[in-house]
Design a protein around this ligand. Structure first.
Ligand code: ZN
Length: 436
């Protein structure tokens, strides 16, 4: 007898479906982030920079206070106590300037600090590792502060956004911001480039049933992804290699920067230029991944994929650049939250499943295929010729369906029937959809 489905679901399994969606159910409310570019005037720019500085000051001040108190009497200060102290600090001689900026930004610093502490204690408790003690924040170009929505202090206008203390700021690249505003994060991306991320609660209805049943997705370096519906057809999504193609530009900018004197105007300019190249590379990669994931979610009910740990894979130095460049982690992240939103299912197979080595036709395991250079191979058992990635995609599809408790044979191929609900599913919030 087969083990129960939940017994077969390993830690790598994250079926992304809460309930079997029905067309009549009211759309669930999700947190969705909208990103807009800000065009602050001189006064506003100055105030944003000052707020960033104050938020950093508050964070560092209370981190020092916490460390000091702990040294003196072995006790730590609670969040509530720091909040009270902050009020006093704003009235104290010498730190009166704190009162001039957005109070929510400062409060958020305290919350961030509290969270950093909690994360640290949790890591120590659960893993015993000695990592992640809160660090002092340094002044750098990429900084952000968060402000909370209360009493209509934040408003969305036509190509403008109203923020506490700052008033109305011009925006561009205005996406369709809607829903109930929760908070706004103001970010200085590079010098002179500001962005706001508006987090809203939005009703997102499930998509209607997909035309195809299940996809097997093999991600690789040669091609970003090979997708198969199990019907003998394969979609090869080429790897755009954004970083590699921008490498010459990167090197040039880096070289210029190293020649400049630290702290000079020309140094700052060179640094901004380098950051711009990073930014545009990241944006292009993000755009590519968004398009690919949404097309998969639209087309298929179930998406079977590998459980990848890019962090571990980057340790292989030869592959490191290629892997960092492809953005697999981001691909899986987007696939998961979009599946959750639109009522699809992601089935991740075990990281130990030899998807490339198995012959899809007879199940023979060929260890020679471990060698990444082998692109085509013939099965020594059944003499079938395989394309490395296509064979892997088929194996992933089959294994993913088994892991999710839906053997392909039980469901007619691609009849668009909805698979049943699987477990409690993944519940993650705050998924950003960049629309800059
Ligand atoms: Zn075979």
């Amino acid at each position: 007898m087969l083990p129960r489905r939940d017994q077969r679901l390993g830690a790598w399994q994250t079926p992304c479906r809460e309930v079997t969606p029905t067309e009549s159910s009211t759309p669930p409310i999700r947190n969705k982030a909208f990103v807009v570019r800000l065009y602050p005037n001189t006064t506003q720019t100055e105030l944003i920079n000052r707020t960033l500085g104050c938020a950093r000051f508050v964070y560092n001040h209370f981190l020092a206070r916490r460390i000091e108190t702990y040294r003196q009497d072995g006790k730590s200060i609670t969040y509530a106590a720091t909040d009270k102290e902050l009020t006093l600090l704003k009235r104290a001689e010498g730190t009166l300037w704190l009162a001039a900026v957005d109070k929510f930004a400062l409060q958020q610093s305290l919350r961030d600090l509290e969270k950093a502490y909690q994360n640290f204690f949790r890591t120590v408790k659960t893993t015993g590792r000695k990592v992640g003690f809160p660090k002092f924040r340094k002044k750098r170009t990429g900084e952000a502060y968060r402000t909370q929505f209360t009493n209509d202090n934040i408003e969305i206008g036509d190509h403008c956004l109203k923020l506490p203390k700052l008033g109305w700021i011009k925006t561009r690249g205005q996406p369709d911001i809607h829903g109930k505003i929760l908070n706004v994060t103001v970010r200085r991306v590079v010098e002179g480039h500001y962005e706001a991320t508006v987090l809203c609660q939005v009703e997102i209805p499930y998509l209607p049933a997909a035309a195809k049943f299940a996809a097997g997705v093999d991600v690789g370096i040669k091609a970003f992804a090979i997708v198969t519906g199990g019907n003998g057809e394969f979609d090869h999504h080429a790897n755009p290699k954004f970083y590699r193609s921008a490498l010459r530009k990167f090197r040039k900018a880096q070289k210029t920067l190293s020649k400049r004197k630290r702290g000079s105007v020309r140094y700052r300019k060179a640094k901004t230029k380098l950051a711009r190249i990073h930014r545009s590379t990241a944006n292009r990669r993000q755009d590519f991944i968004h398009k690919l994931t949404i097309s998969l979610v639209r087309e298929y009910e179930v998406i079977c994929t590998e459980h990848l740990k890019p962090v571990n894979m980057v340790k292989n130095r030869q592959l490191a650049l290629s892997i960092s460049d492809t953005g697999w982690g981001e691909f899986i992240r987007q696939l998961e939250y979009k599946s959750l939103w639109y009522g699809r299912l992601v089935s991740k197979i075990s990281p130990y499943f030899p998807s490339s080595q198995l012959c899809h036709d007879c199940g023979f395991k060929n260890p020679e295929v471990k060698n990444l250079a082998v692109r085509m191979w013939r099965c020594p058992n059944c003499r079938e010729t395989h394309d490395r990635d296509e064979n892997a995609a088929l194996n992933i599809r089959r294994e993913g369906l088994v892991a999710a408790g839906m053997a392909d044979t039980l469901n007619a191929h691609g009849d668009g029937r909805r698979p049943t609900s699987v477990g409690s599913g993944l519940r993650s919030e705050n998924h950003a959809t960049s629309v800059v």
